[in-house]
Design a protein around this ligand. Sequence first.
Ligand SMILES: [Zn+2]
Ligand SMILES: [Zn+2]
Length: 362
Amino acid sequence: MKTRLLLLALFISANVFAQDLNNIKIPELIKESGRKTVNVPDILGYKTLKCDFHMHTVFSDGIVWPSFRVDEAWNNGLDVIAITDHIERHPGKTHVGGDDNSAYKIALPHAREKNIILIHAGEITRSMSPGHFNALFLEDTQALDKQDWHEAFDEAKKQGAYIIWNHPGWEAQQPDTTKWWEEHTQLYNEGMLHAIEVFNEQEWYPIALDWCMDKDLAPHAATDIHGIIAERYDLEKYNRPMTLVLAEERTEESVREALFANRTIAYFGKHLAGKEEYLKAFLEASVEVQFLNKTKKESRYLLKNTCDVPFQMQVKRGPAFTIPANGETIVALPKNTSSKFLVKNLYTKGTENLTVTLDLKK
Ligand SMILES: [Zn+2]
Ligand SMILES: [Zn+2]
């Protein structure tokens, strides 16, 4: 025992002496790595998965390596991503090499390490019309590289792809007004259009939400990031834009099922856009109303919000107020105020807001 202790003491002192006095670490400079929690409720018996289905790497016109997209997504609190490099545009090809499947192949092992679900995908990149589309759940992205855009869509459909019309209001392609073309009717009728980005990068297209609701397509929000998320977005203020997917499980198969069933909410800044029943459930799962006291003229309530989305409420013939994200507020509502509230930052149509009834017990 004594020998052992002596050996241990010698080992410790040897280690102390082994420190290189010409290499002293300054650890306070290094950022603590950590995943942000995106605080949104699970609703209607589903898990609310945080997804970005539109991003680029050096394998098209982005500036980052594919595995970086995984780290970024992890740090930003996402569950699911799709790398959607342009199938027809490879400005870095001579330097980078590879093909349309390379980004997925490179990022996949890292995605598994980081517990991020990575969807095999690509961006069909054509002039208007029909424009740009993300094809998700591909087997072979390279096979979509066709001369004629019809053939690219046929191939995507053959592979069982989920197809999203990207940035329909992008000025470079729709300079005058955001319109739906005959080609989109054709794609829609042939089962080659499942969703539309009602939000892309920093642009919100209200009319695209109307199309989604009228034609039973899923609304999406995506960053379409080419550079670096932390440089592009003010993450102190808001989460990065994302599509919330209401999935049965946190698996790729469940994401696919939920997407084809249109269970999505577009989430950008302080805004949510989607089906009334989803937005209503989202708000009801986040807000708690507590009666405080009353006078002859008014009643006071404490309103608590447990999610990252603030709610900008407007009462009919009454005051407007905000229930802050992850916070609470006290409101005084005049006697006989309607319990129906308009939620100004939640959209069920391009120009329509969600209406909710709060339980104002006295
Ligand atoms: Zn695009
Ligand atoms: Zn893109």
